[in-house]
Write a protein of this length. Structure first.
Length: 43
């Protein structure tokens, strides 16, 4: 996940939530968002 740009990570997380994808996948994305302290950028 280190190579994934912040903007793409955020877009992926939001889209995964909208589409109600697998909870494990959403959790993986969220952990990376948290790790990078990007949660404040999600609208």
């Amino acid at each position: 996940m280190n190579r994934l740009p912040d903007t793409l990570l955020l877009e992926s997380y939001v889209k995964a939530m909208e589409l109600e994808l697998c909870a494990d996948f959403i959790d993986l994305l969220k952990r990376e968002v948290d790790k990078r302290s990007l949660l404040c950028f999600i609208h």
